[in-house]
Write a protein that binds this ligand. Structure first.
Ligand code: ADP
Ligand code: MG
Length: 475
């Protein structure tokens, strides 16, 4: 039987599959097509230049071994880069692209002797002049390290941020993922790092962008047929800061494109800084391969500020605004607003405004009124214990039954509902929810959340349970 491009490649694949992780195999080898075999030279089609670079950098040895086995000593590999308006092996939005765009389909042949060096390669995708265009960093200079007060709650994140700012791309904190609850300083710290880098390395291109805006831009690029320009714009950034990446959850297309941008930047020693309101293990509907990238670097948490830090933050705001406030009131504020620095600031501003507007002195009474307003507006958080009680009552069972190891369907459902509501209504992590609802692990809780989501969209009766319980729990 004579050899064909396909048969040769399939044999290579079988060998490669046995020798690398299945994740890597899926990502980097499944999307490849064998297209031509001439003498000892096999042409394979890869979906992007980035792909080709990645293969050359990481898999050239194994490719060489596999191909030599098949075609002998003179084996040669030719890459054909075929860039359609899709990336990798996924095809998000393809059907939306009008056929006129077919002419955009580019193909480039690169003849690569199987040597482990990156050959010079003309990049056909460089947007003319883009390197000369100054990219506005979108940084807010008011968010800097100087006014980001240090405390027990933020020490790790702050010092990791400083380390990254001193040597962007040159530490093992890449990516640096800053996570923590609302109003704890993620955005402030992310800007501070960017501002400091701009200060120390004015020639570096720094870009701050919210995940929301990134998503909008991406969708726009797809509708305008310039997805590649979008990707290449991001690939020339030296320091990319993406705020609130939890907003990418469930957006497969955006995650896919971000994955490729991330890999490119990371591989080229560029710094990536991310923020999220959840720890990586608690992120739902973020692709595994992206999550695993987040774990390459450092995840640093911003915790609730301790009392001393709250006092220091209040004093520094007052000092900046040139306002004097009795010690007693400062302590009152610090004692009553504990979990959100933004609210703490809001209360101070509101207090100052009231007193100057009404020409009143700042008194404890006024402070109490304002704090009441602030604390009332922030929803009371229900406890996981309370959720289990409400769910058990609703299904007329004991809490101990709900927590038990039984696999009886209605009990399992009740338990899953309790987990779902604990995730929805509290800030507890999946792991902590699991340990409080019958000693389960975080994967079980995640599974429960997905099951409840699915069932409530397919099962009417079940949806009724969810609605009833939701009312009981949020009233
Ligand atoms: P997040 O992005 O986590 O929701 P922000 O970064 O927007 O929170 O912070 C909320 C407010 O609290 C901002 O005005 C920020 O300046 C302030 N803040 C947070 N942490 C600190 C800190 N350590 N020192 C001073 N101000 C802080
Ligand atoms: Mg923020």
């Amino acid at each position: 039987m004579s050899k064909t491009a396909e048969s040769v490649w399939n044999n290579c694949l079988a060998f490669i599959e046995d020798n690398i992780s299945s994740q890597a195999y899926k990502t980097w080898f499944e999307p490849i097509k064998a297209v031509k075999l001439a003498d000892c030279s096999l042409s394979i089609q890869v979906p992007s230049k980035f792909f080709y670079e990645w293969l050359e950098e990481h898999y050239v040895k194994i490719l060489k071994v596999a191909l030599t086995k098949e075609l002998g000593k003179n084996a040669k590999l030719v890459y054909i880069i075929r860039m359609e308006n899709t990336y990798g092996n996924k095809q998000p939005f393809t059907e939306k692209i009008p056929s006129a765009n077919r002419s955009n389909l580019r193909s480039q042949e690169i003849d690569v002797p199987l040597k482990n060096k990156s050959p010079e390669l003309k990049n056909p995708f460089v947007i003319p002049g883009i390197r000369n265009v100054k990219i506005e960093s979108q940084l807010n200079p008011n968010y800097n390290f100087e006014n980001f007060l240090e405390g027990e709650s933020n020490r790790l994140a702050r010092s990791a941020g400083l380390a990254v700012a001193n040597k962007p791309g040159g530490t093992s904190f890449n990516p640096l993922l800053i996570f923590g609850g609302v109003g704890l300083g993620k955005t402030h710290l992310a800007h501070a790092i960017g501002v400091d880098i701009k200060d120390k390395y004015p020639e570096k291109t720094v870009l701050y962008i919210s995940a929301e805006k990134f998503t909008q831009q991406y969708i726009e690029s797809v509708t305008k047929n310039n997805r590649n320009d979008f990707i290449h714009f991001y690939q020339i950034i030296d320091v990319l800061i993406v705020d609130d990446i939890q907003l990418l959850s469930g957006k497969a297309g955006t995650q896919d494109v971000f994955f490729h941008i991330f890999n490119h930047l990371h591989q080229n020693g560029k710094q990536v800084i991310l923020t999220s309101d959840k720890a990586p293990v608690d992120m739902i509907d973020i692709e595994q391969r992206l999550l695993s990238r987040f774990k390459w670097g450092l995840s640093a948490e911003l915790n609730h500020p301790d009392y001393a830090t709250r006092i220091a933050i209040i004093k520094s705001k007052l000092y900046r605004d040139g306002v004097d406030m009795p010690e007693e009131i400062i302590e009152f504020l610090a004692n009553n607003i504990k979990t959100n620095i933004r609210e703490l600031e809001g209360a101070i501003i509101s207090l100052i405004a009231h007193s100057s507007f009404n020409k009143k002195e700042i008194t404890i009474d006024l402070a109490r009124k304002i704090v009441d307003n602030y604390v009332k507006h922030t929803k009371r958080e229900v406890s996981i214990e309370y959720i289990q009680k409400v769910v058990s009552d609703y299904f007329q069972m004991d809490v101990s039954t709900l927590q038990s190891k039984t696999r009886k369907r209605h009990i399992v459902q009740a338990r899953q509902l309790a987990m779902f509501f604990a995730k929805k209504l509290t800030k507890a992590s999946l792991a902590s929810i699991g340990s409080q609802i019958g000693q389960r692990d975080h994967a079980t809780v995640l599974h429960a959340c997905k099951t409840v989501d699915n069932l409530s969209s397919t099962d009417k009766q079940f949806r009724k349970y969810v609605e009833d319980l939701n009312k009981k729990l949020t009233l």
